[in-house]
Design a protein around this ligand. Structure first.
Ligand code: 5RP
Length: 234
């Protein structure tokens, strides 16, 4: 359809729809932040909208921990105060992050941006972990790849132990480790998570269990839906 007459609204191209959904999910999550909170920030394009929403809220006495140099840079440019996670003592009040895939049981795949190790630490350190995504990220069953971060030392052996797996052509993680992907089928996320975690040389993998997740905010054509994960917000 090419009608350009005034008053005729054409369907948004899919990319624009997805960007609007990311922004809507980010806005819903930013509304959960309150003055004085310590908040962990994930990484990615959905989190970029979150940073803008948090900055626009004009909250006071906020402290932020970041999962990547890219997030630190963007947050700082918006005037958000980013500190080392170690400055926060035992816990964050809240962590908010995107995801690559979200299954019906609240298992996630993360790490498309190679930041999943730090992201998992922030999610674990937070009393409440909120996942934000466009509807495009909701899947019936998780599918490969699963991002993996591995030590440089012995990386060929580690990749062999993780097989089928391969290194990704991307910069190293923020901590200088190699980034790869596990490419096998994901029939049982819990069993695969245990197998990957048990592999010597693996630093962390991108499967996030429901026990880490408090809330999932997915924005779609009907607005933002809210699902609970297994981690009760404190
Ligand atoms: C980075 C991540 C991101 O959260 C994930 O890749 C989603 O990114 P985006 O919001 O750009 O779709 O896990 O390591």
């Amino acid at each position: 359809m090419t009608d350009e007459s005034p008053g005729v609204s054409l369907p948004l191209p899919p990319d624009s729809v997805i960007e609007a959904e990311k922004r809507a999910a980010a806005a819903a999550a930013a509304a959960l932040a309150q003055d004085g909170m310590c908040v962990g920030l994930g990484t990615g394009s959905t989190v970029a909208y979150l940073l803008a929403e948090l900055a626009n809220r004009g909250l006071r006495d906020m402290r932020y921990a970041s999962s990547s140099p890219a997030t630190t840079h963007a947050a700082t440019a918006l005037g958000l105060s980013v500190e080392s996670l170690d400055a926060f003592g035992d816990a964050l009040d809240l962590a908010i992050d995107g995801a690559d895939q979200i299954d019906p049981n609240a298992w996630l795949i993360k790490g498309g941006g190679a930041a999943h190790t730090r992201e998992k630490i922030l999610a674990s350190a937070a009393r409440r972990f909120v996942v934000i995504a466009s509807a495009a990220k909701a899947v019936q069953a998780l599918r490969p790849p699963v991002p993996v971060e591995i030590l440089r030392f012995g990386s060929s052996w580690t990749l062999h132990a993780l097989a089928p797996a391969e290194l990704r052509k991307c910069p190293p993680s923020p901590d200088g480790n190699l980034i790869g992907d596990y490419l096998g089928a994901i029939e049982d996320p819990a069993a695969l998570s245990a197998r990957l975690s048990a592999t010597t040389g693996l630093v962390e993998h991108g499967l996030f269990p429901p026990q880490l997740v408090s809330d999932i905010l997915i924005a779609g054509p009907q607005g933002v839906s809210h699902r609970r994960g297994a981690k009760a917000p404190v």
